[in-house]
Structures are given as C-alpha cells and as structure tokens.
Design a protein around this ligand. Structure first.
Ligand SMILES: [Fe+2]
Ligand SMILES: [Fe+2]
Length: 151
C-alpha cells in the first residue's frame, strides 16, 4: 500500500528495523547482523535503541499519534496498545543487558517484528483512512532516523 508522504519516513525506519529484528533472532543468518556474535548483536541493538528506536517512537508518540487521537474509538485503542508496546520494547532492551542474551535477543526480535507489522498493516492504514489529507498538517515534521544505522 502506498503511504501518505508524511508517514513515509516512519515506514523507511520500519524497513531497516525489521532487518534488525530478523537479524537478532536465534535462527537468523540472512543479514550481516545475523552472522555476527551475540555480544556484537547486543552492542548493535542497544546502540540502535538509543539512537534510532527511541527517536522513532518519539516521532510517533509526539507528532503522529496526538494528531490521530480522539477521532475513532478503535484507532484510539490501537494507539494505546502501540504505546504500551514501545514500553515493552524498552523493557526487553533492559532485560538483554541483564543476561541470557541469546534468548532475550530472540524475544526482542519477535516483539519488534510484531510491533512493526501491526503499525504498518493496521495502525498506519487506519490513520490514513481516518485522517486523509489532514496528515498534511504535520508534513515535514517527521524524518527517517535510521539512515546511519549500519545494520
Ligand atoms: Fe512504534
Ligand atoms: Fe514505528
């Protein structure tokens, strides 16, 4: 589906983040990250969380969602679920730093992948359907944060 131009930078981020999510799962060998050591994966993921995931979540929570909230009951529920998931992803990152890294990376990979697919397939589609050209109000405020990603 063709995204509204305002949301395209977020979809660009999703594309990069999805590769990371797939690369940190136990059985993944498809990406550069997938073939690196567990300790390198941990370093890459924590770096990506601080420099890319957090700013990306911030764009969603402070620019896109405030414009979308209060217009549709189902969309409001989806948005609150998504914000909860952002917190869960943060908790999963903290868990990786504590130990049992291979399993915790795997868990994060699944969590992140589900989150991104839900945003792309359900949330963004619904936002476009309900807001339409109202999205132009925030045009130019959201930019892709994953360009320097290296994953
Ligand atoms: Fe998100
Ligand atoms: Fe997102």
């Amino acid at each position: 589906m063709k995204r509204h131009k305002t949301i395209i930078p977020l979809s660009h981020d999703h594309h990069v983040m999805l590769k990371m999510a797939q690369g940190i799962k136990k059985n993944s060998i498809k990406t550069d990250l997938g073939t690196s050591s567990i300790s390198n994966k941990v370093k890459s993921v924590i770096h990506a969380y601080n420099t890319e995931l957090l700013p990306h979540f911030n764009h969603e929570e402070t620019i896109l969602f405030p414009l979308a909230k209060g217009k549709d009951a189902n969309l409001d529920i989806l948005i609150s679920e998504i914000i909860d998931e952002h917190d869960k992803i943060g908790e999963a990152i903290a868990k990786i730093e504590e130990g049992n890294q291979e399993q915790n990376l795997d868990d994060l990979g699944f969590l992140l992948e589900l989150h991104i697919r839900k945003e792309e397939r359900e949330v963004f589609s619904k936002i476009e359907e309900i807001l339409g050209d109202e999205l132009n109000i925030i045009d130019g405020q959201i930019y892709a944060v994953t360009d320097s990603c290296g994953i």
